[in-house]
Design a protein around this ligand. Structure first.
Ligand SMILES: C[S@@+](CC[C@H](N)C(=O)[O-])C[C@H]1O[C@@H](n2cnc3c(N)ncnc32)[C@H](O)[C@@H]1O
Length: 202
């Protein structure tokens, strides 16, 4: 299953079929870091980091940032861009080709974990393992910032495609009691209704 999934994402990056790869850090992330200046050298993770735009952004804010993605093509592109355009950031970033439902990190003590558009695409059966990885690797008081599509009503699910999206109250229920939602913003929908969630580890 993971191999099929990896093949899917590798081919999207190989073909440049990556409409999400805007190379712009979303204003919600910029606002967070304006409000919460980083302690230099603290750790951040970007899970499902794609071509690493936000890995580079977080490193530029003083965080040692680990970007995780299944697709080696995405990570290679990210590394190439940083080498070319932002080489001084290189000692502050690391890319790992891994499945976010089997993070090879334990107790990373991250002050911030970012996910833009990865969790909502996971199969429901894989989500508990992902949640465990986030909880285990976030420092007490640390933040988890998630952008996700809302789950479409069941009547709109396609027979040949697993449903994608996040159910009403799913985030609160899955991450409780270790993480609590401190902010939820209804996003400006493009393809699908979406939200930004900011959670904090208790
Ligand atoms: C919609 S893209 C978003 C990429 C990036 N966050 C961005 O905003 O540009 C979703 C990313 O999640 C990655 N992904 C999907 N499932 C994954 C998994 N199980 N483990 C690791 N990465 C995964 C894909 O390879 C892809 O790069």
């Amino acid at each position: 299953m993971v191999n099929n999934l990896r093949g899917h994402w590798e081919s999207r990056y190989r073909q440049g079929d990556t409409p999400w790869d805007t190379r712009v850090t979303p204003p919600e992330v910029v606002q967070f870091w304006t409000d919460h200046p980083a302690t230099p050298g603290s750790v951040a993770l970007d899970i499902g980091c794609g071509a690493g735009t936000n890995v580079a952004y977080l490193a530029s804010r003083g965080l040692f940032t680990i970007g995780c993605d299944l697709a080696g093509n995405a990570l290679a592109l990210g590394l190439e861009r940083i080498r070319r355009d932002q080489a001084p950031l290189l000692p502050h970033v690391q890319f790992l080709q891994v499945d976010v439902t089997r993070l090879p990190l334990q107790n990373a003590q991250a002050v911030y974990i970012l996910d833009i558009g990865c969790f909502h695409g996971l199969a429901f059966a894989d989500r508990a393992a992902y949640v465990q990885g986030v909880i285990e690797n976030l420092a007490p008081g640390g933040y988890y910032h998630l952008f996700a599509f809302d789950l479409r009503p069941e009547t709109e699910w396609l027979p040949d495609k697993p449903p994608r999206g996040v159910g009403e109250d799913e985030i609160q229920i899955r991450f409780a009691p270790q993480l609590k939602i401190v902010e939820m913003i209804v996003g400006r929908p493009d393809r699908q209704a979406c939200r930004w969630y900011l959670l904090q580890k208790q």
